[in-house]
Design a protein around this ligand. Structure first.
Ligand SMILES: *Cc1c(COP(=O)(O)O)cnc(C)c1O
Length: 391
C-alpha cells in the first residue's frame, strides 16, 4: 500500500495541496508539483527488513511510490542497478571507497527508464492515450519503450542533430518521432504547440510530478546498497536536474522513515559541460535561479539543457548539501568515459565520464579526502554515443 497523500507546489507558492489521482501537470503558479506522502504513518507501518524478499526493481519501495490499491505499474525491470566498487579507478585516485552506480543497465540503457516507468504508470491510470515528450535523446527512448509496454501512443520531439541511434531506438518501439531545429527547449515548444490542442499528455520532466518519483529511487537504492548509510559525496551529471532533486527528496523521506541517521547527508556535486553550464554559473554567482545558456552544445546529449524549469530546486539541493557545481570539457568527458571502460569494464555515456572528470578536479583541489565514500553516477550507456569515441 502506498502512503501517497497529496501533490504540493515545489516553491511552495501557497496554493492548496491537490489530490494525486487524475491528470496533473504544473501548479497553478506555473512551477513543478511534488508528490507528498504520509511519512509518519509510513514510518510506523513500514520496516526496511520487509525489502529483502521484494523484486529487484525500483517498485520495491512501493509504500513511497505513486501507485494506488489495485493498480499495477508499467514496468520493464527498471532500477536496483549495481553499485560497483571501482577498485582500479579508486587506486588511481587514492579513493578506496569509490563506487559507480551503473544506470546503463536500465531498460533503454539510461536512468530515464525510472522516471518514465513512474510517469507512464500514472498517465495510463489517468486515462491518457497519447503521451508526448521533448527530449535530448534518452527520455525519448524511455518514453517510447514504456508507452509501448502500456499500449499507448508516444510522440517524441528531439533536436534535429540528435545522434542517429536515439532516433532508431524510438522507431524500434513504434514511437512517432519529430525532429526540431534547435535544442530540447525548442522541442518542448513544438510538442506543446502540436499536442496541446490534441490533448496529448505531456511527460516533460518536472512538468508532471511523477518522473521525479521514479528518479528519487536512486537515493533509496544507495542507502540500501551501502547498508543504510549515505556516501560522503554524490557526483551527478546535471541536465534538467530531476536526478539531483529526486535524490534530495529521497534523503528527506528515508530519514523520516528512520532508516538512516539524520543530519549526515551526502554532499551533492552537480557536473555540467563547459559549453552548457547554466547551473554551474548560477551556483558561482550565488543566484537562486539560472539564466538560459546561449549557444548550448556538448557531445553529452543529456547535458544539453540550456534552461531547466527546476533550476531553483537543483541549486537549493546543492547548497543545502554543502556540495558544489563543476563544468568539464567534452574532451575530458570522452577521455573519462574511456577510463571507466578500460579500468572498470563499465559502459559509460559522456555524461558518466563527466563525473569522473569532475572527481579528478575535486581530488586535485583537495576537497575530497582519501577516506571519503564517493559515488559517481553513470547515468547512461556508451553505445548510443559511440561516434564520440574517435573524436
Ligand atoms: C537526461 C540525462 C542526464 C541529465 O539528467 P537530469 O536528472 O535531468 O539532470 C544525464 N545523463 C544522461 C545519460 C541523461 O540521459
Amino acid at each position: 500500500m502506498s502512503f501517497l497523500s497529496r501533490l504540493e507546489c515545489s516553491v511552495p507558492c501557497g496554493a492548496p495541496p491537490c489530490d494525486p489521482r487524475g491528470s496533473h501537470h504544473l501548479c497553478s503558479c506555473g512551477m513543478p508539483l511534488v508528490a507528498r506522502y504520509d511519512l509518519e504513518a509510513a514510518a510506523r507501518a513500514w520496516r526496511r527488513e520487509s525489502l529483502s524478499g521484494r523484486p529487484p526493481t525500483m517498485w520495491r519501495y512501493g509504500e513511497l511510490m505513486p501507485l494506488f490499491e489495485g493498480e499495477a505499474p508499467v514496468t520493464l525491470g527498471e532500477g536496483f542497478t549495481p553499485l560497483i566498487h571501482a577498485t582500479r579507478l579508486g587506486r588511481e585516485l587514492g579513493l578506496p571507497a569509490l563506487y559507480i552506480k551503473d544506470e546503463s543497465l536500465n531498460p533503454t540503457h539510461s536512468f530515464k527508464a525510472r522516471g518514465l516507468s513512474a510517469a507512464v504508470t500514472r498517465a495510463r491510470a489517468a486515462g491518457a492515450t497519447t503521451l508526448s515528450v521533448p527530449s535530448a535523446g534518452n527520455a525519448a527512448n524511455a518514453l517510447a519503450a514504456y508507452a509501448a509496454a502500456a499500449g499507448l501512443e508516444a510522440q517524441v520531439f528531439m533536436p534535429r542533430d540528435v545522434k542517429a541511434p536515439f532516433v532508431r531506438e524510438c522507431e524500434l518501439y513504434g514511437a512517432r518521432v519529430t525532429l526540431v531545429d534547435g535544442l530540447i527547449t525548442d522541442a518542448g515548444r513544438a510538442a506543446t504547440e502540436r499536442g496541446g490542442p490534441l490533448g496529448w499528455y505531456d511527460v516533460s520532466t518536472l512538468k508532471e510530478p511523477y518522473r521525479l518519483e521514479g528518479k528519487k529511487t536512486m537515493g533509496y537504492e544507495l542507502a540500501e546498497q551501502l547498508g543504510w548509510r549515505w556516501p560522503d559525496w554524490i557526483v551527478y551529471p546535471t541536465g534538467g536536474g530531476t536526478g539531483i532533486v529526486g535524490m534530495w527528496k529521497a534523503f528527506d523521506e528515508v530519514e523520516a522513515l528512520g532508516w538512516v541517521p539524520r543530519g549526515r547527508r551526502p554532499r551533492m556535486v552537480s557536473v555540467q559541460a563547459e559549453t552548457c553550464a547554466p547551473i554551474v554559473r548560477a551556483f558561482r554567482e550565488g543566484a537562486a535561479r539560472a539564466h538560459p545558456w546561449e549557444n548550448a552544445r556538448t557531445c553529452a546529449d543529456g547535458l544539453r539543457v540550456p534552461k531547466a524549469i527546476g533550476d531553483f530546486l537543483i541549486l537549493r539541493a546543492i547548497r543545502e548539501s554543502g556540495g558544489t557545481a563543476i563544468a568539464v570539457s567534452d574532451r575530458e568527458m570522452v577521455r573519462d568515459m574511456k577510463a571507466m571502460g578500460a579500468l572498470e569494464g563499465v559502459s559509460a555515456a559522456p555524461e558518466g565520464g563527466a563525473t569522473l572528470a569532475a572527481l579528478r578536479r575535486l581530488r586535485a583541489d583537495g576537497l575530497i579526502n582519501t577516506d571519503d565514500c564517493v559515488v559517481l553516477f553513470n547515468t547512461g550507456g556508451a553505445l548510443k554515443y559511440l561516434e564520440v569515441i574517435g573524436e
